[in-house]
Design a protein around this ligand. Structure first.
Ligand SMILES: [Zn+2]
Length: 449
């Protein structure tokens, strides 16, 4: 406290008051008293009109630290802050219901974040008795708010599904896709054409949705309900995509469409593929996904600077891969290796298998020249097919950059919470993932406006 500057002190004071206002609100103090306190504080309301929930799937603390060093300019003395450093407010535990132990999957965690209730791994917003639990999206809809999701996986994947729907299993992709007809969600953007056949799309159109499947069509959507599916299943890896800013563009469009509702909106944005890269133990691809998720957060940060009635809460549903910054007893992590990689290991492997001059092509794609030992290892892997070649490339990037992994699954470490906007201070300190949902739901209007 003593060393706080004046501005910091004022910010701290304001945060305390805002937290107090939120507390008074939950104690039933009149709206009039709240408004008076808001006036004292200037323009920013104490309770948000709009809520943006952003989930970095699998984005445990090592990912945000790794991203800081990945983005660091080595030519300057200081290590630059990232958007994650700027917005950090707290931490969250992620454990599922007792029956599933301490390590959650995305379905149980998304259920916790969407409903405030813990459930078993695999459950899509149903409780341990497989009974549906109302989600924040459903509550928002009932109050007249608009709702939307913008994700890089298929839109019926576990995380968005738990915000929009209910099912005893995340694997019931077709049932989940059909169930979206009943959600009345205003904006659904991501991948998943495979699960939405023409007959189903017709039903969405009959309900007033505009369907688009070409990413360039996104520009032309100016109003109304939209379902945009831009890939058969998930979107391409950002590192391989000629347009690597798809998530931030979908976020921009979702904000533009949803903000047309004067009553407000709830939007879920997910950097879904951070988790998929983590499962693959693929550091170069993971950093590409982190970069685009950070871009999407910055889109919302800019939106809040212009619209101070909007709250953004960013977190992860769990940690994936047990990523380690430094490995094998060595005190080093070489980001220049990772930054130099030009494509995902899958693409580098396919390219190497398809071409006779593969050594030169791999060198070009990796951004560094493998030594003789490494080349003979790659050569052996190449003869065993794409998957072995891809694994060999990932291992080479790991050993050169000194990146470690402990699992191809999830881990139970707590994740971080980042927030900005009205009531952001509610999310400071330690909390459980169910608390995040409970707090967000408490910030919705008390009754239909
Ligand atoms: Zn996962």
């Amino acid at each position: 406290m003593l060393i706080m500057g004046v501005t910091k002190k004022m910010k701290f004071f304001k945060r305390c008051i805002l937290a107090g206002v939120a507390l008074l609100g939950s104690m039933g103090v009149t709206a009039q008293a709240e408004t008076q306190m808001q006036t004292m504080l200037g323009d920013a309301p104490s309770v948000p009109k709009n809520i943006v929930i952003m989930i970095g799937d699998g984005m445990g603390p090592a990912y945000t630290s790794a991203y800081r060093y990945y983005k660091d300019n080595p030519d300057t003395q200081e290590i630059e802050q990232t958007v994650f450093d700027r917005l950090l407010v707290g931490t969250s535990s992620t454990y599922p219901a007792r029956v599933s132990g301490y390590v959650t999957d995305s379905a149980a965690s998304a259920t916790a974040l969407a409903t405030g209730t813990k459930t078993y791994n695999g459950a899509i917003s149903v409780d341990t008795n497989k009974q549906p639990i109302a989600t924040i999206m459903e509550k928002a809809k009932a109050l007249g708010l608009s709702t939307g999701v913008a994700v890089t996986s298929q839109i019926n994947h576990a995380t968005p599904a738990a915000f929009l729907s209910h099912n005893e299993s995340r694997s019931n992709y077709d049932e989940l896709a059909h169930s979206y007809l009943k959600t009345d969600a205003d904006v659904m953007l991501g991948g998943g054409q495979k699960y939405f056949p023409a007959s189903l799309i017709k039903k969405f159109e009959a309900k007033g949705y505009q369907y688009i499947s070409d990413f360039n069509q996104l520009d032309s959507v100016k109003q109304g309900k939209v379902i945009g599916l831009f890939a058969d299943v998930q979107l391409p890896w950002a590192i391989d995509d000629s347009d690597s800013n798809k998530l931030s563009k979908m976020t921009t469009k979702a904000l533009a469409l949803l903000s047309q509702n004067d009553l407000g909106f709830v939007l879920l944005v997910e950097g879904s593929l951070i988790d998929w890269a983590g499962h693959n133990n693929d550091i170069a691809t993971a950093m590409g996904e982190m970069e685009e998720f950070a871009n999407a957060i910055e889109v919302v940060e800019q939106y809040i600077r212009k619209n101070n009635d909007t709250l953004m809460v960013v977190t992860a549903d769990h940690n994936t891969g047990g990523l380690s910054i430094g490995a094998n007893g060595e005190y080093s992590w070489d980001t220049s290796i990772i930054r130099g990689v030009q494509a995902s290991p899958d693409v580098i492997a396919s390219d190497a298998l398809a071409n006779g001059d593969w050594r030169a092509r791999v060198t070009l794609n990796l951004g560094f020249e493998p030594n003789d030992d490494e080349l003979s290892q790659l050569s052996r892997a190449r003869m065993q097919g794409k998957e072995v070649m891809s694994t060999s490339i990932k291992q080479l990037i790991d050993s050169r950059s000194n990146t470690g992994w402990t699992t191809v699954g999830h881990t139970g470490v707590d994740v971080q919470v980042f927030a900005m906007g009205p009531a952001a201070s509610l999310f400071s300190g330690y909390q459980d993932n169910t608390d995040i949902a409970t707090k967000l739901i408490s910030l919705l209007p008390k009754k239909k406006l």
